[in-house]
Design a protein around this ligand. Sequence first.
Ligand code: ZN
Length: 325
Amino acid sequence: MAIYGGIDLGGTKIQAAVVDEDADHKVLGAKRDQTPLKGGPKAIAHKMAEVMKAALEDAGLDSSALAGVGVGSPGSVDDAKGTVSGAMNLSEWTGSYNLRKHLEKDLGAPVSLGNDVDLSTDAEFEIGAAKDFDTLLGVFWGTGVGGGLVLKGQPWVGRNTAGEIGHMVVRINGALCGCGRRGCMEAYAGRGSMEARARRRVEQGEKTVLFKLMEERGRDRLSSGIWERALARDDQMALELLEDAVEALGAGVASAVNLLDPEAVVIGGGLGIRLGEPWVQRIREAMKPHLFRDEDPPAVMLAELGDLGGAHGGALLASRRARGE
Ligand SMILES: [Zn+2]
């Protein structure tokens, strides 16, 4: 058996999985928990190890079973040094932190680091929705909107930061984005921006169940699940904000397709996965008016690995490193 751990570190959730890479990437155990909002990198790294250990327990194993662990992280990841820096969506993680050192000490297995979006894209390409294709654009619709590229079977990272599809401009002088620029796709489609818009509309006296649901669920942010529940209750504001998001996604993803002409587009991320195929269909429709060759669109698919995509990507990375790749 070749047992690897994968950890997907997100702004709201930490997802860990224990995967048998020799048995068709079978998930032996999995666990997810909230990302600590206080305590900085140390608290987050500690929680990551804890969630990994809980996934091992779920698999009936302990750390000694692990041949390696792969971690997908936001921010700027340096696998050579073992550090993650400038992860703006994470508590007090503006500087650099040696995540590998911390995790190797806690887990007693070699730890490899990768960019969260790149690992999720790789997993969908290798073993998920796009496994039969050679060229892929991964779109991860969550707190922000991340993008990953595989061209002719190889990941494309450009000079280092390719795939920032969330910052494709969909409206000149448009809404202010978290990146400080205007009119980015993420300023309309990112869950963080959507929440900020919802708050402004509430301040202006509009009604919504979004924040009531948030309080009921004991959350301090509008998670993907809360958007899903608000839709189920026919909440008009939630529907309108999601429709605006889809319109922006349609323009941004179609523009990227016009440039790259990939065989496949996979839609993942917290919101993409929660809302599922009916909303992927809305994105297909929203792309149409912007596609240069609208009679022959690429396959636009829902991410097949769901919430485990990033963790699978981590396990794949760890197994490659163990083979010396
Ligand atoms: Zn931006």
